[in-house]
Ligand binder design. Sequence first.
Ligand code: NAD
Length: 551
Amino acid sequence: MSGPRPVRAPRGTELSALGWQQEAALRMLQNNLDPEVAEHPDKLVVYGGTGKAARDWRSYDAMVRTLRTLKQDETMLVQSGRPVGVMQTHEWAPRVLIANSNLVGDWANWEEFRRLEALGLTMYGQMTAGSWIYIGTQGILQGTYETFSAVAAKKFGGTLAGTITLTAGLGGMGGAQPLAVTMNDGVAICIDVDPRAIERRIEHRYLDVRADSLEHALQLAVEARDARRPLSIGLLGNAADLLPRMLAEGAPVDIVTDQTSAHDPLAYLPVGVDFDDMATYAAKDPAGFTTRARESMARHVEAMVGFMDAGAEVFDYGNSIRGEAQLAGYERAFAFPGFVPAYIRPLFSEGKGPFRWAALSGEASDIHKTDKAILDLFPENESLHRWIKLAGERVHFQGLPARICWLGYGERDKAGERFNDMVASGELAAPLAIGRDHLDCGSVASPYRETEAMLDGSDAIADWPLLNAMVNVASGASWVSIHHGGGVGMGRSIHAGQVSVADGTKLAGEKIRRVLTNDPGMGVIRHVDAGYDIAEAVADERGVRVPMREG
Ligand code: NAD
């Protein structure tokens, strides 16, 4: 019988599928479920609350079986984590097409989703969980690093040295926060209700120390801040309880954000509930749990607004906590901005976003060689050089070795083609899977996050991610996905992903050049359409065709 068991992607050059395109999908699916990578692999949960790689173990087994026998001109169709068909297509077509968690508008809420999930008809794919390109906490690390760098540039003279950041959530994504803060030379106090989350981040060297109490955390933080010494401190407790206390006591905090799993009220622990009782209570009384979680989120957000009023830099970090607090009746929930309009939008306008790749060989040396290739390709980009150097020193690989760096239009295709040449020449031990987060410049509609406060008011227009998926299918990506609800929860986002495999063949090179041009190109045209000057300048300078600006 099919059930939980440890999963690990094979390493090396021996294929268990009929070609590297299929083998890559297989290894990346398995890598997502590697206990080193996934938060709860026994439940097929990879990250982000309940973001899964496969609907159930039977579906997982069927996908593995199918990928092993899938031909070069066939495509496997995946409906919310279950393989539902194999169709004859052609060599340029993706080997896998994925649609996860999609619901018709009026039905797109957690209640209906959970009803359907309980019937075994759907699963929550988050962003890179159900599309098999999650690479552990590093995936989010550079974005988080970039965001804290932007905070430093905006308000603290370019460095976080001498500042204290207060946040919560040390899960798969949120676990990047302490390291991103210390990489910017700041001090971070990071709250989590789960002692294992704290231990895990310390083990992986993302978090420096654990405090015994709130007083201890503040003492450590102030000492480090005064010495302008970077330090990250884990603090066990409930954010909805600790933040109001810290505000009332006048804790000397400069920056406040949050990455608890607030997008899903069943994954946010309400005040007064023991962490150990959380899962049972959420399963037994989801409606009651949701009400209490939202009430706690309202207190949590109220304290964040209080810190803002007291002069701190406060932002929502893409988990929908403002929306949930508003549902609980807290009126000033949207008093502080989301991180995208506050810091990231200019990067998106240039087609920049979280480019990533994984070494299917399993060899760390393959990633070190690609790091060097990136430095050679973009010698003038100082912040990229700083990031690649820091990542090389401080990032602990989880599962297949991988790297992330933000690259823009005209850069990703260069990197992809160089990587494919490195596979062809034998410089790398095996092919690479090249993909990205769905949180990208032209692949997501999410009015509380990536498309919050668009210049032309087009925040909720979801045609863009659908066009993005279609253009990636038409350009030759190896697998393409369309998801609903990732990041911010049901009813609040639609987004798409692509992965392209650099297997060293000429065909792969041609596909990669198109995909890695057109995919970030969507970011440029999306922002030109919304009226962003930077995007227009990039389009003019780099030759991106926009029919409405021609003739
Ligand atoms: P996760 O489920 O792996 O971790 C969430 C953590 O929050 C857990 O460790 C949990 O113990 C903790 N937590 C829950 N309730 C708490 C409370 N009341 N007080 C303190 N800690 C509490 O989730 P993740 O993958 O780390 O993602 C976190 C959130 O960030 C999600 O909502 C996700 O959608 C969002 N997200 C943001 C970005 C971004 O770029 N900003 C990207 C991806 C995901």
